[in-house]
Design a protein around this ligand. Structure first.
Ligand code: GTP
Length: 303
């Protein structure tokens, strides 16, 4: 076998071995240290081999493909290949971590507002003719909970409330934490009656919850909720914005009328709010989209 072919096949073999090792070894030691070790070993082995070849040339001895030389080739190619595979693996893991970070709220584990936007875009593209309902929920007097139990106590209530919401949904429903103590649920295929029923159930369940706090006391919480539906899947940002604004106006009405209740959106509600000069407050204006939302399905609505 010509030496060049042998070198090539050794390099390929080394690459395959490195790929396998890269999956196994990091479990045993830190990736960064292993990369460094492999890098140094590769250079030392490569240098030693070059020195050996130079020595052969200098002594005019013919180069023969003996096992020693094969081992030298392997040690020269394996460590750099391993290094490359490990760096590649670390980069992939880092990318996956970053994706997970923007998709999941760090505190509650629910979808983030941005991830919900993305999912809504997917729903829009895969629309099968059925509509969608939205429930917006906001914890009542949450500032008082923070004041009483500090921020960490408030966080504990948020986590509990998020779990309670998640537990009450179908697999196809989507729930996100879209603000400090605000949650949004998308119910693909649900009617306004179904959304209202679910919202009533969730707020009733919330009333019965007791969150065990650090000082041993039990903290209650309640939700105000607003819901709205669209008979067809919204097919552009304006339609989504309209649907969410209706749910937000309903939530606003629930807060204004005493909290701890559900208000479905209705045209009468819109008329009442218009005549009273009230406007939605918790959802921002369409032009306040965050920079990262540019070009996505719902850039303006959840901003
Ligand atoms: N613990 C905790 N508090 C948060 C977080 N994000 C926002 N908040 C707090 O949530 C509180 C929201 O207060 P408000 O907007 O006045 O609302 P509220 O007290 O629930 O009153 P209503 O909505 O009118 O019933 C503020 O005190 C924020 O500091 C968070 O991640 N953790």
């Amino acid at each position: 076998m010509p030496p060049s072919l042998l070198l090539l096949s050794t390099a390929v073999l080394a690459w395959m071995c490195a790929g396998t090792l890269a999956r196994l070894l990091p479990k045993l030691c830190a990736e960064a240290n292993l990369c460094l070790l492999a890098w140094i070993t590769g250079h030392l082995a490569g240098g030693a081999l070059l020195f050996g070849l130079a020595l052969h040339t200098w002594t005019s001895a013919p180069i023969q493909l003996k096992p020693g030389l094969l081992l030298g080739l392997l040690t020269m190619t394996l460590p750099p290949a391993l290094t490359f595979a490990l760096v590649d693996r670390a980069l992939r893991a880092d990318t996956q971590r970053q994706v997970a970070q923007w998709q999941r709220d760090g505190l509650t584990g629910l979808l983030t507002r941005r991830a919900l936007m993305e999912r809504a875009g997917t729903l829009r593209r895969s629309a099968d003719g059925s509509g969608i309902a939205v429930i917006l929920l906001d914890l009542d007097h949450f500032k008082c909970i923070n004041d009483r139990h500090l921020h960490s106590g408030g966080d504990r209530v948020l986590v509990h409330a998020a779990r309670q919401l998640q537990a009450g949904l179908r697999l196809t429903d989507l729930v996100a934490r879209i603000g400090g103590e605000e949650f949004c649920i998308l119910l693909p295929g649900a009617s306004s009656a179904q959304a209202l029923e679910l919202a009533e159930r969730l707020t009733t369940e919330a009333r019965a919850q007791r969150v065990r706090m650090a000082d041993g006391s039990e903290q209650r919480y309640t939700f105000s909720a607003g819901c709205a539906e669209s008979a067809a899947m919204p097919d552009d940002d304006a339609a989504w914005a309209g649907l969410l604004e209706r749910a937000d106006r309903a939530l606003y009405a629930a807060k204004r009328s005493g909290r701890d209740r559900v208000v479905p959106w209705s045209t009468e509600l819109a008329c009442t709010q218009a005549s009273a000069g009230e406007h939605s407050s918790s959802l921002p204006t369409p032009n306040s989209a965050p920079p990262h939302a540019t070009g996505s399905a719902l850039p303006s609505v959840f901003a």
